[in-house]
Design a protein around this ligand. Structure first.
Ligand code: NAD
Length: 261
């Protein structure tokens, strides 16, 4: 039997998908035939235009639903409004960098809410729908920082380690069902989230943009290349395939060798 990736008839909900990795995943799942529900906390014409572009280009149904992933009730409402959720990709995330004594408490709370608690709420709302449908995939986007740590990113690292743990529990609670739960742990990917960190780092180290990329961002990424949103989309699509039906509870690194160090 040759394995193919055909997601026709499935609906994928991807949180935080009007930019970066989430958008790359939405495109790749749509190319594999899944209907997609995009999300972020804004409600601009351009958000809905992205969904239309995906629908026009791939022929699947694509919608944009506004919901703030820092609020538990809105996380659950997103899944209810989607109407179906065969594939849940918990991707929404933010970052803040500061030493622990200086770390603003409200930033800690926001990072834990958006990067970790949102996945609990969406998973709680989606699992009954997956059980009714008799098939499901939960894919949580953590980070190399879900498996290792760096200074000054306490909330992000706590949230990302937390999501690796939440994924394992989700996998065990669904182990005897045709539902899998896995984490993808990207190394650095050049998205708006990472791009926004470059100017401060240039100032801090008095370095050029190129030097920050090579000597700071990619310092721990042995390949010395960014992972791409297309590669993360492809890894997500693979986890939705029949070939991956027995892959559950794992953390898959897409990090150019970072966590092999
Ligand atoms: P990004 O800033 O391009 O995307 C983040 C997404 O989350 C955006 O769509 C944003 O609108 C959304 N978002 C933020 N707050 C939200 C909220 N309250 N409600 C709903 N949506 C919200 O960044 P990205 O790099 O694409 O990050 C996506 C995920 O990948 C994050 O979880 C991030 O931690 C993870 N990640 C990124 C990298 C990287 O190098 N870029 C590496 C490892 C992990």
């Amino acid at each position: 039997m040759a394995f193919t990736i055909d997601l026709a008839g499935k609906t994928a909900v991807i949180t935080g998908s009007n930019s970066g990795i989430g958008l790359g995943i939405a495109w790749e799942l749509a190319r594999a035939g899944a209907d997609v529900v995009l999300n972020s906390f804004t409600d601009r014409d351009e958000d809905h235009a992205i969904a239309k572009e995906i629908a026009d280009e791939t022929g699947v149904k694509a919608r944009y639903i506004q919901a703030d992933m820092s609020k538990g009730d809105q996380c659950r409402r997103l899944i209810a409004d989607a109407g179906a959720c065969d594939i849940l990709v918990n991707n929404a995330g933010i970052q803040h960098v500061a030493a622990i004594p200086d770390f603003p408490a409200e930033k800690w709370d926001a990072i834990i809410a958006i990067n970790l608690s949102s996945a609990f709420h969406t998973t709680a709302a989606a699992l009954p729908m997956m059980r009714d449908a008799g098939w499901g995939r939960v894919i949580n986007i953590a980070s190399a920082h879900g498996l290792t740590a760096s200074p000054y990113k306490s909330a992000y690292i706590a949230a990302k380690h937390g999501i690796v743990g939440l994924t394992k529990t989700t996998a065990l609670e669904t182990a005897e069902e045709p539902i899998t739960a896995n984490t993808i742990c990207p190394g650095y990917v050049l998205t708006p989230l990472v791009d926004a960190q470059i100017p401060d780092t240039m100032k801090e180290y008095d370095m050029s943009r190129e030097d920050v990329i090579k000597n700071v961002l990619l310092k721990r990424q042995p390949s010395k290349e960014f992972a791409t949103v297309e590669q993360l989309g492809g890894t997500t699509a693979f986890l939705c395939s029949d070939a991956a039906a027995q892959i559950t509870g794992t953390a898959i690194s897409v990090d150019g060798g970072w966590t092999a160090l």
